[in-house]
Design a protein around this ligand. Structure first.
Ligand code: ATP
Ligand code: MG
Length: 401
């Protein structure tokens, strides 16, 4: 609401030039969509010039006539402009099926990708060199067992509130195989974190239960590693000590292990730094390293990259997937980002809107691994699947509460 007021205040001055610095990035998808529409409506009426900084590729394509990607700093420079050839008004729902959308998205992703860790020729101006190191192929062993590794059965959560009991989640039933990567998607407030925190053992379910590896969970445990939206590192310890602390819960102290987890997320040689000396992206990397250092059988991630800029997000997605390919943990990850889910997941579980939210649909993601962003964006079925997911979210946004 505060952000709405700030946007309204900016527009009320009827400026000729409106400068906006990530105005919507801390908001949930639904509020963001409402504010984007409001901005477009007012811009359509007044035709002021708008310069918008955003870390959201979709937002840029939806709103802009032209997009200037920037290279990472220091010495950041503007990359080549990308004209968005989509006619207006632009429909969020079917936009991703438009060739002009796909062209702009490919150009942007290709540019950002060329600066990923592991990309060859990291010359700041070398965006023509786009080859990333391929992620290692998943070993072809029989890592799936017959019984599901995670059984979430008839899960429900009701909170007592001053106005009576509030049913947040009901009848949530999901089976996840060992080694599977599942993304949980749904609108803000539907109950994703509630489900995840029950899996973490931090919240008790009101109905149903969760069995992990044949054992019903009744509290937190080192069999589960968690990463939240912000890294929650212990501020008085170095990054190395943070990761070591986790490691010591499950294995005898071996500094070599700690170093290798730090190195695997691009923090090699930075172990002595304190969290305050690291950027948000580096802190989040440390959080991922700490979660993997537990060697958990199940990794639970709650929007781990949502506060990061697009480039850091891509890098961390790639590091996460490389770690997942190497260690073959089971992952359940909450995200608001449809493309992130399509890039990472084997299955995408869509939640209906609350109250009494449950599973609305499950999409299988059929793309072969290892996945490259270029390959995905070259597949027509990528955009079909993406469109079906966006359509589901749109339906939910307009569904009666
Ligand atoms: N302790 C609580 N008491 C009462 N209601 C709660 C409590 N915790 C969460 N809720 C409510 O449960 C609903 C689901 O919250 P939850 O955090 O699980 O949503 P979410 O899908 O993770 O949202 P977001 O995408 O914004 O993170 C919300 O309406 C929230 O207000
Ligand atoms: Mg949440």
């Amino acid at each position: 609401m505060r952000q709405r007021v700030a946007v309204a205040r900016g527009l009320a001055m009827q400026p000729k030039l409106l400068l906006m610095d990530e105005p919507f990035s801390a908001l949930d998808a639904l509020t963001r969509a409402t504010l984007q529409d409001e901005l477009l409506r007012i811009w359509g009426e007044r035709r002021s010039t708008v310069m918008l900084i955003t870390n959201d590729v979709d937002e840029a394509i939806l709103l802009a006539d032209r997009i200037y990607p920037m290279t990472p700093g220091p010495d950041a420079v503007l990359g080549p402009p990308i004209e968005v050839g989509l006619p207006r008004p632009r429909q969020r729902r079917h936009m991703s099926l438009e060739p002009a959308y796909q062209k702009a998205r490919r150009a942007l992703v290709e540019f950002l990708r060329s600066f990923c860790i592991g990309a060859r020729g990291r010359d700041r101006r070398g965006w023509h060199e786009t080859d990333c190191e391929p992620a290692p192929a998943r070993p072809d062993s029989a890592w799936r067992c017959d019984l599901p590794f995670v059984e979430i059965a008839q899960l429900g959560k009701t909170y007592e509130t001053p106005s009576g009991p509030a049913v947040i989640v009901r009848d949530f039933t999901l089976y996840v195989d060992e080694g599977e990567f599942v993304c949980l998607l749904g609108h803000s407030g539907c109950g994703k974190t509630t489900v995840l925190s029950i899996l973490m053992g931090l919240t008790m379910p009101s109905t149903g239960g969760v069995v992990i590896g044949g054992r019903e969970i009744d509290g937190p445990g080192t069999d589960r590693g968690v990463v939240f939206q912000s890294a929650t590192l212990l501020p008085w310890m170095s990054v190395r000590a943070n990761v070591r602390l986790a490691r010591e819960q499950v294995a005898p102290r071996r500094d070599r292990d700690v170093e290798s987890y730090l190195a695997s997320v691009g923090l090699g040689g930075m172990g002595e730094r304190y969290p305050r000396e690291l950027s948000a992206g580096m802190q989040q990397r440390a959080g991922v390293a700490r979660a993997f250092a537990l060697e958990p059988r199940l990794l639970l991630l709650d929007e781990p990259f949502s506060l990061l800029d697009a480039l850091t997000r891509m890098e961390l997605q790639d590091e996460l997937i490389a770690l997942w390919e190497t260690h073959r943990r089971t992952v359940i990850m909450v995200t608001h980002d449809v493309d992130e889910a399509l890039h990472l997941a084997d299955r995408i579980v869509m939640m209906t809107n609350g109250p009494a939210a449950t599973i609305g649909r499950i999409f299988d993601v059929p793309f072969p691994r290892p996945r490259s962003r270029d390959d995905l964006l070259a597949r027509p079925d990528y955009f079909w699947l993406r469109d079906s997911i966006v359509a589901f979210l749109e339906e939910q946004a307009h569904a009666p509460a």
